[in-house]
Ligand binder design. Structure first.
Ligand SMILES: NC(=O)C1=CN([C@@H]2O[C@H](COP(=O)(O)OP(=O)(O)OC[C@H]3O[C@@H](n4cnc5c(N)ncnc54)[C@H](OP(=O)(O)O)[C@@H]3O)[C@@H](O)[C@H]2O)C=CC1
Ligand SMILES: CC(=O)[C@@H](O)[C@H](O)COP(=O)(O)O
Ligand SMILES: [Mn+2]
Length: 386
């Protein structure tokens, strides 16, 4: 029985995870869950899945949750980053699905590693921000991190039974996001609603904007570097408009392995939970005949400068990727609130990265300090004017 601690239960990946759990009641149960402030949905989830421990973002949300649960069997309720960490190390859990959004995911992931839990990693910001520290801790503790991000799950599946030294490169596919048919000039005046309309995937707001700026693919390149221990020179990206090929691995004999399927996050989520086995899933089968054609194009680094910046920050290493991530979190939040225009996301992220004095081989505290510095610098850029 997989006894799951689920971080981010009210989000897109979180609710898909609960759907998978519901499809296999004898195999999976949720023993602890954490969310932010959506206490209405969380209360319904708690009543249905009956976890022993629940965490929310802050004390007010904890009180609101307790009130909504009043009368029904009450789990222990905790809150804040410490609450997230408690959920991640909850003693009855043997699997932690980390599906919160943002670098707030770093601490609970490290707590889960310390406690020796197997991890399903959806929260890519964890490896972007603190890749060296997290991978070192996982190695020292002998903890398995199973990718949930669709591209990384695809690569992970294509690597099964193969030798890492036989890999010549991995190729991450990119849909191109909401504005893939829009010129940079036309991007000047796009709206939040337009940016949130992803062509293939239904996801949370932040990652949908990251997809539109191609920052998401940049993060995925850094995530792949850490997950698969590959240099950046062996990580390529390609535009693939249908999101049917989730990613590919090319071997040194030029054989290319690809993982295909309809765009449904429940597939990589369930694979992480059932690995190394596979289980039935009530999901749409892939019909290639109906699809007819798949489309590809070369990645355009001028059209998507944040992808180039991600490669640069990844190669620079140290605290640079943490700063890239934190500046992006601030900028995307400002865009979603209507405070800045779409292209100003790039400006804030680029200027923050340019101003950063990096630290090589950082400790966790130095990474957190760089994250705090970048948030403050990026916010100030907005306040004083771009
Ligand atoms: N959506 C997808 O298909 C994919 C997502 N990912 C990655 O997975 C992660 C989650 O994405 P997604 O599900 O789309 O995001 P959502 O925005 O849909 O969900 C985010 C979740 O995190 C919770 N949360 C946010 N801040 C905090 C906090 N401070 N403390 C505790 N919980 C918090 C939210 O709670 P609440 O809403 O209650 O405030 C919510 O449950 C991201 O890192 C994303 O990049 C990767 C591949 C695909
Ligand atoms: C579902 C998933 O893994 C997302 O990261 C998705 O890949 C976003 O798609 P693009 O970034 O390619 O638009
Ligand atoms: Mn992805």
């Amino acid at each position: 029985m997989k006894q799951i601690a689920l971080l981010g239960s009210t989000g897109s990946v979180g609710t898909s995870t609960l759907d998978v759990v519901e499809q296999h009641p004898g195999e999976f149960s949720v023993v602890a869950m954490a969310a932010g402030t959506n206490v209405d949905l969380l209360a319904r989830q708690v009543k249905k899945f009956q976890p022993e421990l629940v965490s929310v973002a802050h004390a007010e949300a904890a009180a609101a949750l307790a009130e909504r649960l009043g009368g029904s069997a009450m789990p222990e309720i905790v809150y804040g980053v410490e609450g997230l960490e408690q959920v991640a190390r909850h003693e009855s859990a043997n699997f932690v699905m980390t599906a919160v959004v943002g670098s707030v995911g770093v601490s609970p992931t490290l707590a889960a590693i310390e406690a020796g839990k197997t991890i399903g990693l959806a929260n890519k910001e964890t490896l972007v921000s603190a890749g060296p520290v997290v991978m070192k801790a996982a190695k020292e503790k002998g903890v398995t991190i199973i990718p949930v991000d669709s591209e990384h799950s695809a690569v992970f599946q294509c690597l099964q039974g193969e030798r890492r030294e036989d890999v010549s490169r991995i190729i991450l596919t990119a849909s191109g996001g909401s504005f893939r048919h829009v010129s940079r000039q036309e991007l000047e005046n796009v709206t939040v609603a337009e940016a949130l309309a992803h062509p293939n995937w239904s996801m949370g707001a932040k990652i949908t904007i990251d997809s539109a700026t191609m920052m998401n693919k940049g993060f995925e390149v850094i995530e792949a570097h850490w997950l698969f221990d590959l240099p950046y020179e062996q990580i390529d990206t390609i535009l693939h408009y249908e999101s049917i090929i989730h990613s590919m691995v090319e071997y040194k004999d030029r054989a290319v392995m690809a993982q295909l399927g309809t765009p449904d996050m429940r597939v990589p989520i369930q694979y992480a939970l059932s690995y190394p086995e596979r289980m039935n899933l009530d999901s749409e089968p892939l019909d290639l005949v109906k699809l007819g054609t798949l489309h590809f194009a070369a990645m355009d680094f001028e059209r998507y400068p944040l992808l180039q910046l991600a490669y640069d920050c990844g190669k620079a290493g140290g605290t640079h990727p943490a700063v890239l991530n934190a500046a992006n979190e601030v900028a995307v939040d400002l865009f979603l609130k209507g405070a800045i225009r779409f292209l100003e996301i790039e400006t804030i992220v680029r200027k923050t990265c340019e101003a950063h004095q990096g630290v090589n081989h950082p400790t966790l505290e130095e990474i957190f300090a760089a994250d705090r510095w970048a948030r403050s610098f990026a916010s100030d850029l907005y306040t004083v004017g771009l």
